[in-house]
Design a protein around this ligand. Structure first.
Ligand code: CTP
Length: 400
């Protein structure tokens, strides 16, 4: 279950071109189970119509401090009832008003009448974002404990390019999950591998597999949301989850080098990647030509990264493997758990519908040494990641 489930989140939209992105943020918060209370400033309504936001939010947009039909005494009621306030986008003016407590409209009243955590997501032109007044206001808000989701670099209104573009809806929702979710992995370092490795035959052809990397990314996102410091060693390019550092690799050998460089000092290693078991002995450094006939590709075994980590596992480290099986799921996974000296193996039957490779859903069995298998029924990959991380947190607590 998402930590946003059942939470009352005020979404404050102020007047910048990025206001249109608030629609997507609202939809994602509602999808995660939040009750979204939208507030728009007068300026915001120049950019998007309140009707659109009202249609997607959990209740109609509120815009008025006076004659507010939705809430009596709106200047305090909305903020008092909130579990979280997200201001996205936040203009330079809204940030300045919040800093000095200038409560001239419903949003600013709500911000200073609340005890709930606040996330501010600035969006403005680079010159404004870098102006000393804005820098100073942001730094003061930070000192007060306000969470700032920094803008990204990219194309801005009018065609300019630079820092100041509103952070992506994924990062803003991830920040909300971080703020409202448990922080049980604070101070924990984690490596997660994701995607299928690609082993070259020649300079253009590879031996690959069907892994999409989605489950590994979901594990990394969930761990980071709960406070872990996460390095994701990946063969695919999906959107990078907030707070995660990505190291891009292609082959099993590159993945092994990237993981082993940091493995000894890492608290948790999750091998969600589908590592090729075999690779061509020789990869031609040019493109093999068809008219030369079918090439004979001789294969050799790749190093088993996980088994190697299991052999050298430092005291207290948690080692997690994945097992994609098509038959005898529990027996096969159990044997990998023991052979590779793992603390947990996440087994899935990739022949079942909607399970495993490329799907957005998964159904897994969690196996630990000496414990009864735990089945996680078909759910989103993020929900499966949550169950995996819950189990890792439990193992960690037992070890420390
Ligand atoms: N793995 C690994 N290095 C490899 C192969 C696999 O680190 N060269 C890891 C995977 O990331 C996964 C786990 O080992 O976490 C299980 O992989 P799998 O290939 O299914 O295990 P095998 O022991 O190779 O079993 P199988 O007989 O099914 O191929």
């Amino acid at each position: 279950m998402s930590p946003l489930q059942g939470k009352r989140i005020v979404l404050g939209v102020t007047g910048g071109i990025a206001a249109y992105k608030a629609i997507e943020i609202c939809r994602r918060l509602v999808d995660a189970g939040a009750h979204v209370v939208p507030i728009m400033t007068d300026a915001a309504q120049h950019f998007v119509g309140p009707t659109t936001l009202s249609a997607l939010a959990s209740e109609p947009v509120q815009t008025e401090l006076w004659n507010n039909a939705t809430t009596p005494i709106p200047h305090t009621k909305v903020g008092q009832g909130a579990d979280l306030i997200v201001v996205a986008p936040a203009t330079a003016k809204a940030i300045a008003a919040y800093r000095i407590g200038y409560s001239h409209d419903l949003l600013q009243n709500t911000l200073i009448a609340t005890r709930a955590p606040v996330i501010v997501c600035p969006a403005m032109h680079t010159e404004m974002w870098e102006h000393p007044s804005v820098v100073d206001n942001i730094s003061t808000l930070r000192e007060r404990g306000v969470h700032i989701v920094e803008p990204e670099s990219g194309r801005l209104a009018g065609g300019d390019v630079g820092a100041g573009r509103l952070a992506s809806p994924e990062s803003i929702v991830a920040a909300a999950e971080r703020v409202l979710g448990p922080s049980d992995l604070l101070g924990v370092s984690m490596i997660v591998s994701a995607g299928g490795t690609r082993e070259p035959i020649d300079s253009v052809r590879v031996i690959a597999n069907r892994s999409s990397g989605k489950q590994g990314y979901a594990v990394a996102a969930e761990a980071a949301a709960r406070g872990a410091s996460v390095t994701l060693v990946s063969t695919v390019s999906l959107p990078v989850p907030a707070g995660v550092t990505v190291v891009s690799v292609e082959t099993a050998a590159q993945m092994q080098a990237a993981i082993e460089a940091h493995a000894p000092s890492t608290d948790v290693i999750v091998m969600a990647a589908a590592v090729a078991d075999f690779r061509p002995v020789h990869a031609a450094d040019h493109k093999l030509k068809k008219h030369d006939g079918a090439p004979e590709v001789v294969l050799e075994a790749t190093p088993d990264i996980l088994a190697g980590l299991g052999e050298r596992k430092p005291e207290g480290q948690v080692l997690v493997g994945f097992a994609a099986e098509t038959n005898d799921l529990v027996a096969n996974a159990q044997s990998k758990l023991e052979r590779k000296r793992l603390d947990l193996i996440v087994a899935n039957d990739v022949s079942a519908p909607d399970v495993g490779f490329a799907h957005d859903t998964n159904a897994v069995t969690l196996l630990r040494p000496g414990a009864k298998p735990v089945e996680i029924d078909l759910a989103s990959k993020r929900d499966v990641a949550r169950a995996v991380i819950d189990t890792i947190a439990e193992i960690q607590t037992g070890k420390n």
